[in-house]
Design a protein around this ligand. Structure first.
Ligand code: 5AD
Length: 344
């Protein structure tokens, strides 16, 4: 079945279930090897670099797993000013970054006009740079304005495709509305990213199968997945973390289902995995997000505990990372790294 995935990029739901139910650790090694081989064939050894700016941790939502949920009164809230975001971008642009990912909670301040204005300024100042947003749900008109003003990509994880589980995890939110947002983003021509959490309490293999079938069917440009990591000041505080092995298996299957997809080795994976991001690359990931959030703010952007970031505050660090990656057989690539449907 791994061979079938590799050659046809497709499995039926039953086959997927059978694969996940019977995967030995040797099978998992073979799966990762095939996924990496396919990644090499499509992208070579390049790893695309993104600059992550966590620009606000104010959030009006209450996702039960998330450390910056509204009801967590223990977080020190912050919001970078437009000026601070632009300054961060300018420094990173100087270092060679050509993709910025603005990530934040669903913050009222940066909800509509202020968000559009920020995106417009980024686009005016750095026209050769891709702007990715990871700011949650907005009305379709706002998404459209953000696109018109220069945002190119949007990450909105579906989190879990099981409607009941979604409802339990996201009080006051609607699964259908989330799906509608995701559809709208794609219709507006954003390069669109979806994704799910791994190892949530009560999550089952059939859930992963459904998440994978959805991803194959939706055919997104980007997929962000990572292990659930508990945060003590949330309702899931005492819960067990998701595991690295399952995350790596999911990364490899996603790569084999969607050869051209942009697939990050995420910060959550880096936090739990002993070989950090490389385990993800070896399983088929081809994107790395480096943290550009100014210190003073980033310490308070804890979606989960123990976040291990890769800090790039100057050119020297970037050169060290480049060299470390080279030693592991990967090439750090600072170009925009847009989704390219004609790659093969
Ligand atoms: N553990 C792992 N990932 C989390 N996210 C939010 N909280 C956690 C957590 N406790 C993820 C969500 C969200 C992304 C930005 O971070 O999937 O979409």
């Amino acid at each position: 079945m791994i061979d079938k995935l590799y050659t046809s990029n497709c499995l039926t739901r039953d086959e997927m279930l059978q694969l996940l139910n019977n995967l030995s650790s040797e099978d998992a090694d073979y799966l990762h090897e095939r996924a990496r081989l396919l990644t090499d064939q499509v992208f070579g050894r390049k790893i695309y670099i993104r600059g992550l700016i966590e620009f606000t941790n104010y959030c009006s939502r209450n996702c039960v797993y998330c450390g910056i949920r509204k009801d967590n009164t223990k977080v020190q809230r912050y919001r970078l000013s437009e000026e601070d975001v632009l300054k961060t971008c300018a420094q990173a642009h100087e270092l060679g970054f050509r993709t910025f990912v603005l990530q934040g909670g669903e913050d009222h301040y940066y909800h509509n006009d202020k968000m559009v204005s920020l995106v417009k300024k980024m686009n005016d100042l750095f026209p050769d740079t891709a702007t990715t947003l990871s700011i949650g749900e907005r009305d379709a008109e706002i998404y459209a304005k953000l696109y018109e003003n220069g945002a190119n990509r949007f990450l909105l994880r579906h989190e879990t495709i099981d409607k009941n589980r979604y409802a339990k995890l996201h009080p006051g939110m609607s699964f259908d509305e989330r799906m509608e947002c995701i559809q709208t983003l794609r219709t507006l021509n954003f390069q669109t990213g979806v994704g799910f959490l791994i190892g949530l309490p009560e999550q089952k293999i059939t859930d992963y199968v459904d998440d994978l079938m959805f991803i194959k069917d939706f055919n997104p440009h980007m997929v962000g997945i990572g292990p659930f990591i508990s945060h003590k000041d949330t309702p899931l505080g005492g819960a067990e973390n998701g595991d690295v092995k399952t995350t790596l298996i999911m990364l490899s299957i996603i790569r084999l289902l969607l050869p051209k997809v942009l697939l990050p080795s995420t910060t959550a994976l880096n936090t739990l995995s002993k070989d950090g991001s490389y385990s993800g690359f070896n399983a088929g990931a081809n994107v790395l997000m480096l943290n550009l959030t100014p210190s003073g703010a980033r310490e308070n952007y804890n979606l989960y505990e123990g976040k291990t970031i890769i800090d790039i505050s100057d050119g020297v660090n970037l050169n060290i990372l480049k060299e470390n990656m080279r030693k592991k057989g990967y090439i750090l690539d600072m170009s925009r790294g847009d989704y390219n449907s004609s790659m093969h």
